[in-house]
Design a protein around this ligand. Structure first.
Ligand code: GAP
Length: 442
């Protein structure tokens, strides 16, 4: 089976990602994160925020409104230039992105009319009347709020260049051809920051952030051999960028964009300064010089991070015949599917597995589950054979399973089983929470 199909199947089967509005026949290319997907996505979001905002002294975060004054999108160039070339089939009238369409219509073989630009901004109306004066846009990128709020952040936080403003959240684009599961959708989550610096420093920061983005991917468990850096040519870049490197990934459906790094110059701040009449300049406290900062922008698609993390984590492993009997569901079952997420990313950190439902075992397992849950995300599973239960936890990437058996009452010990090595060790219940937290932190 294709890796993409395998991951998509697992995502639906095991509560990571479901088709949106499914009971009404779905809505094409819309997806809902289920209980495990929501945990996975939140872990990535929180880790990114910790790494790039909280642990740094040169970054602050904001959480801005999704709908902004439409003048923002006029000044930023999005109303005029945020578009993709579109072609329409002359026969069946289906529409495609011109750069992906080929010579003939993939649906009916018909010819295409001339390409025209299709604006990707989602329009909406504010208030009760659908008049032109009430028209607004759902944000197409996070960046604009970080530019518009630049003077307020500067004033309230007393920052010195270089520093960054970070943000996370939903953006909306009326994509012509969404598809490939959560790769291209019309609403998606972004994590990005605008890094403000003096003009003569942008190249140094650009190189620095390229390395940081690469290291973040390694931290997410992505093998560097599947990652490519693609310098975007003149004429191919977004309207605001003077240099862009796309960080691409070798997906099962081809090599395509994962993240982007752009040098946005002073384009946005300058445009907002002209349009709003507000001073967007920074004053160097040492020289007293006032100037509009330049910007390097690393952008990370969150849904694409989820997709790539799942593709990388997915493994099918043959079990050796000599493996402990508890690892095998039955004699015929000699492979396991395991999601080898980095531990910090895994939805559940630990699963508590009482060997039987008998009262003497439940009396130990239930309080232990309650205690562990205070410090880490835990699952509890008491049904079917222990082999089946290990297999279920492997499939959702739980790093550790804790089994309570008939000896536990006598020796006060449980078996801790490691997801990746499948090694089992007998450890005391006392101090177990601390031990697991320690194991989870490496
Ligand atoms: N502020 C810069 C910006 O928005 P972008 O390259 O247009 O740059 C940023 O988008 C990232 O968003 C991409 O690198 C990709 O990870 C993700 N992305 C873009 N379009 C997407 C879509 N339709 N569905 C899911 N993710 C998308």
């Amino acid at each position: 089976m294709d890796r993409m199909d395998a991951v998509e199947g697992l995502a639906k089967r095991r509560g990571f990602i479901f088709p949106g509005s499914d009971i009404y026949g779905g809505l094409a290319n819309s997806w809902d994160y289920g209980p495990l997907g929501a945990e996975l996505k939140k872990n990535i979001k929180d880790e990114w925020w910790k790494r790039f905002v909280r642990q740094r002294t040169d970054m602050v975060g904001i959480d801005a409104a999704l709908i902004m004054n439409p003048k923002v999108w006029e000044a930023s160039g999005h109303v005029k230039q945020f578009s993709d070339p579109l072609v329409e089939c002359k026969k069946c009238h289906e529409r495609f992105r011109a750069d992906q369409a080929g010579e003939a219509c993939p649906s009916c073989g018909g010819g295409f009319g001339p390409a025209r630009q299709f604006n990707l901004m989602f329009k909406t109306f504010l208030g009760s009347t659908e008049e032109a004066k009430n028209q607004a846009y759902l944000r197409g990128e996070l960046a604009q709020a970080m530019f518009v709020d630049f003077p307020a952040v500067l004033q309230s936080m007393r920052r010195r260049l270089p520093f960054g403003i970070a943000s996370q959240g939903k953006v909306f684009r009326n994509e012509i051809t969404p598809g490939n599961f959560i790769f291209r959708t019309r609403e998606f989550d972004l994590m990005e920051f605008e890094y403000f610096c003096a003009e003569n420093e942008w190249e140094r920061h650009f190189e620095y952030w390229l390395v940081e983005m690469k290291e973040w991917l390694t931290h997410c468990g992505v093998d560097a051999k599947n990652v490519y850096f693609h310098e975007i040519e003149d004429g191919e870049r977004a309207h605001y960028s003077k240099r862009t490197v796309d960080i691409e990934y070798e997906y099962p459906f081809g090599r395509k964009e994962l993240y982007g790094l752009a040098y946005r110059t002073d384009f946005d701040l300058k445009n907002h300064m002209e349009s709003s009449g507000q001073d967007m300049r920074y004053m160097d406290p040492e020289t007293g010089e006032k100037f509009v900062p330049h910007v390097v922008e690393p952008t990370f698609g969150l849904d694409r991070t989820v997709l790539v993390s799942m593709l990388e984590a997915y493994a099918e492993e043959k079990l050796e015949a000599k493996k402990s009997k508890s690892e095998r569901d039955d004699e015929a079952d000699d492979t396991r599917i395991v999601m080898k997420f980095p531990k910090w990313m895994a939805p559940y950190k630990v699963a508590v597995l009482p060997l039987s439902k008998k009262k003497e075992i439940a009396d130990i397992a239930e309080p232990l589950y309650a205690e562990l849950r205070r410090g880490m995300m835990c699952d509890y599973d008491e049904t079917q054979s222990i082999g089946k239960r290990y297999r279920r936890q492997d499939e959702i990437g739980t790093p550790y399973c804790v089994t309570i058996d008939f000896d536990t009452e006598k020796d006060g010990c449980v078996t801790v089983r490691d997801r990746d090595s499948m090694a089992q060790e007998r450890v005391a219940i006392e101090g177990l929470a601390d031990l697991l937290l320690k194991k989870l932190s490496v």
